[in-house]
Each structure stands twice: as structure tokens, then as C-alpha cells.
Design a protein around this ligand. Sequence first.
Ligand code: AMP
Ligand code: MG
Length: 311
Amino acid sequence: MRTRLLQDPADAAAVLRDGGLCAIPTETVYGLAARADAADAVRRVFKAKGRPGDNPLIVHLGDAGEADGVAHVTDVGRALLDAFAPGPLTVVLPARPGLPPGVTAGLDTAAVRVPAAPLALAVLGATGPLVAPSANRSGRPSPTTWQAVVDDLDGRIDAVLQGPPTDVGIESTVVDATGETPLVLRPGAVTLDALRELFPDARTVDAGAEAARRSPGVRHRHYAPRARVRLVTSADRAEPAPEAAWIGLSEPPRGYAQATVCDDADDYARRLFDAFRRADRAGLGRIDAEVVPEVGIGVALMDRLRRAAQA
Ligand code: AMP
Ligand code: MG
């Protein structure tokens, strides 16, 4: 299959309405979009990504009002959507029957999100609900540029909508809103503190059994470059080498093949996955990633860094 590069969201919408697969930019990462109501297109998403069949897909909506079409919107879910949609928050709700089986991966819940990126909204306005998991080959870091999508999926999908590098750089916060209080299943740019302003009892589900049961995706190997990731507490612990890369907030000592020095934790999150991919393209064996304080986006950033370092 020849993968077309598109500039116009109307062209992307046409591919999708026909049941095709088109990667689109959102504010978090690029998503591999397909019609959420088309079982065949949804199956092709799993195939193109090599995604494990037990990992459900987030349904992207152009407007929070469309959530009622795919899920039973709980009071908690309604409040979260009112406060954070559009934005980098995914809300898990009891699923309505009739969704293609791949969307929920057999769970009785459906995850919905309204992205904030103008190009994503332009596409969604012309298509209706779309599944859009990160547009990478399963197991690779999520793509934050259209070029990263092409590197992973060229020849496997119908089209890529070329947009700017994504703004947030890491995947959405996933919150279970099926109960009385929100449970964070995956940290992201919408922080626990922000959720607690609405719901003081909101909490994060401990990584492990409960998280895996509620959100199978968190079990899977994720976010990992081929290079070995080593977490370092400060630039004093750096070990520069010609086959190693550095990423962090501090200026490292000389001698790294690549060094990404970020302005702050938001900038670090924005640049992390691209730095992983750049190190892999250069065939580097090791990435030294400086740890950050676990406040604000730092919580989500450390989650991704730990997963990458474990892999
Ligand atoms: P990705 O779109 O590749 O960033 O991955 C989607 C994430 O959302 C995975 O971690 C999934 O486990 C999670 N997710 C999607 N749908 C559901 C659902 N119905 N219930 C719980 N988690 C979900
Ligand atoms: Mg993903």
C-alpha cells in the first residue's frame, strides 16, 4: 500500500469516511485514526500497529456531547468532560453495546477523549467518532512528528495528515470515571492536582494488578527506544560516551553523541520521544535520562521514563 501524505484535513476526513486508516496530529501525540463504528477499519488498526488484541482504543470525539453515543456518561464523567474537554484527558465510562469489539477489547468500558488540536478537531468535525491509538508500531515510542509516523507505518496505512510537532508530547491522562471518584489509570498532562480541584478524593491506581485489570494497555511494554535507558539523578552522575545520548534539564558534561537540554519539565515531555527516536536512528546503545521532581507534568514524565528504563 502507498501511504499518502496529506495537508488538508478535508482529505484526511475523506480517507477516514471511506473506512481508511489515516494518522492525524493531536495535541498529545499523533494518533492512527479510523472510524469507531467500522469493525473492519478497527481491525486494520490493530494489524497496522501490531497492537495486542487485549489493548482497547480511545474513541476521539469532535465534541463532548457525542460521548453519549458510545458510552453511558456518569456524573463524574460529565464533570470531567465539562472541565477538561477539549484537552489531554481520556475518560473511561461504561460502554454502550454495539461498538466494534476491538474498540473495547472485550471490556465493558469505553474510553473517550476530545482532542484540542485544531487539525484533529477539523477532521473529527467531518467524520464523527474515530478511534486513534498512538500512530506507532506497538512497543515503539509514540510519534510526536509526522515523520515519526512515516518511519513506523509507511506502507501499512492509507495516509498521514502532516501537521506540526505535537505540543504535549506524551499520551493523555486516562481516568476511570465509572465509580464515585475518578481513578487515574495513566498519568498525563492533566495532573492529579488538577483533578482534585474538582474531586478531592481522586487518586491514582497503583501500577500493578488493579491498573492492569482496569486498563490492559498499562501492562504492555511501551514508550521504549531500542537503546537502553538509564535514569540518572543529576548531571554529576552522567557518563558521557560516544555511543550514548543525554536528555534532561541540566547541561551534561561534554562527550555525549547527542544532548537534549530542556527548558523545563513541559519541554522535556514535549521532546522526550523524539529524542528516543533520534538516538535509535543514530544506532546509539544508551540514553541517560535525568530524573525530574514528581510534580505537575513531572509525574507523567517520570512514569514514561521508568517504563522506558524497565524495558
Ligand atoms: P494509546 O491510545 O496507544 O495511548 O493507548 C490507549 C490507552 O488507553 C491504553 O493504556 C488503554 O489501556 C487505555 N484504554 C483505552 N480504552 C480503555 C478502556 N475501555 N478502559 C480502560 N482503559 C482504556
Ligand atoms: Mg500507544
